[in-house]
Design a protein around this ligand. Sequence first.
Ligand code: PPE
Length: 307
Amino acid sequence: MALEKVDKVWMDGELVDWDRATVHVLTHALHYGTGVFEGIRCYDTKRGPAVFRLRDHLGRLFRSAQIYMMEIPYSIDELVVASKALIRANGLRECYVRPLAYLGFGHMGLNPLLAPVNVSIAVWKWGAYLGEDCLENGSRVQISSWKRHDPNIIPANAKATGQYVNSGLAKIEAVKGGYDEAIMLNPHGYVTDGSGENVFIVKDGVLFTPPTHAGILEGFTRDTVITIARDRGYEVRETDLVRSDLYTADEAFFTGTAAEVTPIREIDDRRLGSNGRGPITKELQQTFFAVVRGEIPEYERWLDLVE
Ligand code: PPE
């Protein structure tokens, strides 16, 4: 996705000009992947721009930092205020919000405990993650030959920058093979996530999604969709899935902050029953977009107004 410049970036407590939002080449995180981050979306609603589940995402940022023993020198409240101030400063009504805590400049060598912690927040306009066509007609997906890391190699429930080299390998293989996205299995052969999304399938009207122990990132979009689906009377089971479960699904879709709810129409060249965006996928996708745009009062608790 080619970035479109905005005015300001928040860096360690200050709003700096976009062109000056730079770091030294000896920033620890550039060399060793020592950062934790979040991806959040702000949507336009009739009450003005609202950030979706802002505090939940920032809570996960702090849990990721806890795992890697990074002391973030701000509170969640301070980062809430900073995120909203940044969105206002850039005059954006809809955007993606990317908080990042990273080990900075001053110490080289592997010991992360010696390096300073810097924090930045950037916002930019980000449209459909896999493209508009995939949102409407579904994506073509490949099961990657690259496995997701075991939790005793890299904890999947922390959102650390370095672990995304693994997703990057899967994404390269998928796009070089002509697919839109990859799904990764864990070392035991069970389904985990897409390169940057959680995965759901639908069979006989029941939704299935891999459980936390499979080595997924516990996505807030996943949680949102599970909540919406159960509220609408669907049964949702968090259970281990193998690749043939995916091949024989009636419907499948991805969830993620960037990907929102993106249908899957083909997995390893097998067309799914729905052959496009399935009916339950469509219902949940439409409900999701209504929820994030503040059109369903029942879920307004998830919206954090910018103004
Ligand atoms: N699994 C992975 C591996 C993942 O990276 C994400 C988010 C999710 C699941 C969904 O989590 P949630 O956003 O809380 O529903 N991936 C972020 C980064 C994407 C990127 O390309 O950068 C995102 O969607 O913001």
